[in-house]
Design a binder for this molecule. Sequence first.
Ligand code: NAD
Length: 474
Amino acid sequence: MYPAIQFLIDGTWRDGVGDAEPVLNPATGASLGDCPMATAQVLDEALAAAEAAFKSWRKTAAIDRARIMGKASDLLRERADRVAEVLTLEQGKPIGEARTEVIYAADVIEWYAEECKRTYGRIVPGRVPGTRQLVMQEPVGVVAAFSPWNFPALTPIRKIAGAIAAGCSIIIKPSEETPGTCVEMARCFVEAGLPDGVLNVVFGQPAFVSEHLMKSDTVRKISFTGSVPVGKLLMRQAADTLKRTTLELGGHAPVIVFDDVDVEKTVQSLVAGKFRNGGQVCVSPTRFYIQQDIYEPFAARFAELASAWKVGPGIDPESQMGPLANPRRVDAMEDFVRDAREAGGKLLTGGSKLGNQGFFFQPTVIKDLPDTCKLMTDEPFGPIAPIVPFRTFDEVIERANALPFGLASYAFTRSLQTSQAVSDAIEAGMMGINTLAISTPETPFGGVKYSGHGREGGIEGLEAYMNLKFVASA
Ligand code: NAD
């Protein structure tokens, strides 16, 4: 049921020869299989394959790239049930969420396949009669990509689909904790007829793999989704060979709820959003600022719904929230709760580990905590909702913008004037007004400040893998 984890190099599936690490099922803590660790030789072979494949893939007509990608998207959609099961086994999220993610990944491939036919460039009128000035778009070259464990289908596919649609070849290192989903998706590309070496999949010690790929001049662009410290490290490494970078480094999304909302409807949507994927979502709503007049009823109802949230193995279709993806998240949640309580926060529900196997943690709600405590300043990346009151517009904007992050942000209000003012004032790459749905294949996804730079999705996600060339002719 769980696939054998192999490298994909130059169109061939290869077993590892040296070290391997177990992939754990977060619902039980038991091993699902082994993930091989790449040696320097494996990485050099991946670099050589990607370099050779780029020479012909860049010249392959967009319409032909699109046809292959379209087939890969269809195959992934046909296999959604199976791939979703692999995803839930290795990552933990409820099977319905896993299936939605896999279908979304298929949609991303399809969207990039369509969009690569429209990388038009532009014609700029010449200053001298009879001259031509063209701005052309060309693929940037070999790409190295690193994706995390929280969305094992979506985070790799945004990078793979964007790169190959643009005419680049790519070496991707998905998370070693959730390798099976990417292996299954890569099979779809191979079976769809993607030429050898255009997509290469490796696993290994993250620091070793990234250092090796980053020092190579063959790689001209990197894309990373993960934590701020690793993003900074990769950007420093990219400087030595002047690689272009796209960095999506998480956030700490403020949710500002004004007192003119329908409280019941708003709480219902925020509870579902908060506990999706156990809160291990870079755009998860994470700092709840609630206007004074509705603060107490809002917090009480939020806690009531959270305490009834059904936690269990993701493979059980009844579960609304699965285990956390790894034991590090459980330790981190305990630390956040301890710190918040010491700072004076009132625990309304949850706060502890659940069960005696796997990595389960209770949906947790804490109110009345100071803005300086860890839960309000560090990305929780887990199922804890801190709720605090505010009085005025200016005050809440200042508090919301006080952190160095700026990925997602949300506001709930019935006032058109307030919604326009809040979307102007917030420092973030994305904002949802009366909605948490801010991610689609056709819109730009990414952040500002310490949340990173560059965009995935939308035409910007394709441009991220293209260089501009200006051609003047007389
Ligand atoms: P971590 O900082 O060790 O790793 C984060 C990710 O980066 C992992 O996928 C890891 O495999 C990868 N990584 C680590 N070192 C690397 C290197 N030198 N080169 C390339 N990749 C490397 O932390 P973690 O315990 O896995 O996650 C903790 C925090 O990371 C979370 O609290 C969250 O803030 C952040 N995170 C963000 C996202 C996101 O979607 N932006 C996803 C996962 C984790």
